[in-house]
Every structure is written in structure tokens, then in C-alpha cells.
Design a protein around this ligand. Structure first.
Ligand SMILES: [Zn+2]
Length: 178
């Protein structure tokens, strides 16, 4: 987690999308999910963000895998932009790993590996989640510069809701058989 002090200077803080001061629970429908950028790489020790396309391991905690370059010094976490509709408006929220796992049904690493062998998995997963009714708890980001409300918990409303990875597995299993 980043602990950079970006809060210090905020002379003209933008008006938030909605006036939410405390975590607020709302019912909403998933309008769309940005499938192009579902997860990011972090150091597996301290969870600081690492550059996407590099073999560099974390400089901060000096985690070194130079003796065994193939061992994983990094892992992936979900960071998902999702636009949701309430009865009055449509807006974009950001959902991090813990909440996103509820909708995707697996870890970001598992999803990433699945998507490597199934090129349209990310698009399909996001399409599959569109229209789902959710109860989400939203909070204002602690970082005053962040532009989206943050989903701190999510509960699917539909009986028989399937996480995206289950939908994908079924879809690809069916295709393989036929
Ligand atoms: Zn680290």
C-alpha cells in the first residue's frame, strides 16, 4: 500500500462526485467495467506498486531474487474501474482487491493467468458482470487527489450470482466440448 503524503497540498480540492462523508451503502447496477486495466503488479512482500513491464524487484524493501530470477517477487492485485447506476445517477467507482475478488471469484494472479491462455477472458468477464445488481459500500478515498469513490465492500443481490471466473470456466468448457 502506498503511504505517500499526497494529502499535504490540496488548495483547490475538487468537489467530490457525491457528497459522501462516511461509508455509505447503496444499491446499484453494474453499467460497465473497464476490462483493459483490471490489475496491477505489486511487490509480494510490501505490496508497493511495481512497474508493469520490468523484471525489477522492489527497491523499497530490497527484496532480492537475484539468485533465482524466476521466483516471484511480485504478485498482482485487482484495481477495477466500474461504472454503476443508482436510481438517480451513473458514476465511476474504483474497486480494489478485496472487493473485486467477490465479483471475479479468484485472485488477480489466477485471473491474469487464465486470461493469458484465453485472450478474450477479460472482456467476457466484464460483460458477464454487466447488469448485476449489487449492494456496495462506498467510501471517500483517503487520498484527497483520488477522483473516484472507493468500493469497500460488495454484495451481489441476485440469487445464483456467479463470479466471473466461474462463468468463464463454464463458457470455455462448453466451447471445448462442442
Ligand atoms: Zn517491497
Amino acid at each position: 500500500m502506498s503511504t505517500s503524503g499526497e494529502n499535504k497540498n490540496q488548495p483547490t480540492r475538487k468537489r467530490p462526485l457525491t457528497e459522501i462523508d462516511r461509508p455509505t451503502e447503496i444499491m446499484c447496477t453494474v453499467v460497465a467495467i473497464d476490462h483493459t486495466n483490471l490489475c496491477y503488479r505489486v511487490c509480494s512482500v510490501c505490496e508497493r506498486t511495481l512497474p508493469e513491464n520490468s523484471a525489477v524487484c522492489c527497491r523499497h524493501c530490497n527484496f532480492s531474487n537475484s539468485f533465482n530470477p524466476s521466483s516471484s517477487g511480485s504478485k498482482r492485485l485487482f484495481r477495477v474501474l466500474m461504472s454503476i447506476a443508482t436510481d438517480t445517477k451513473v458514476f465511476v467507482v474504483i474497486m480494489f482487491d478485496r472487493a473485486a475478488r467477490v465479483l471475479f471469484g479468484c485472485s488477480a494472479d489466477e485471473f491474469f493467468n487464465f486470461a493469458k491462455t484465453h485472450p478474450f477472458a477479460a472482456t467476457t468477464a466484464c460483460k458477464a458482470l454487466e447488469g448485476e445488481m449489487l449492494t456496495v459500500t462506498l467510501s471517500k478515498p483517503k487520498n484527497g487527489n483520488a477522483q473516484h469513490l472507493r468500493v469497500i465492500s460488495v454484495v451481489p443481490m441476485r440469487t445464483g450470482f456467479e463470479p466471473a471466473i466461474e462463468t468463464l470456466r463454464e463458457l470455455y468448457r462448453v466451447r471445448r466440448v462442442s
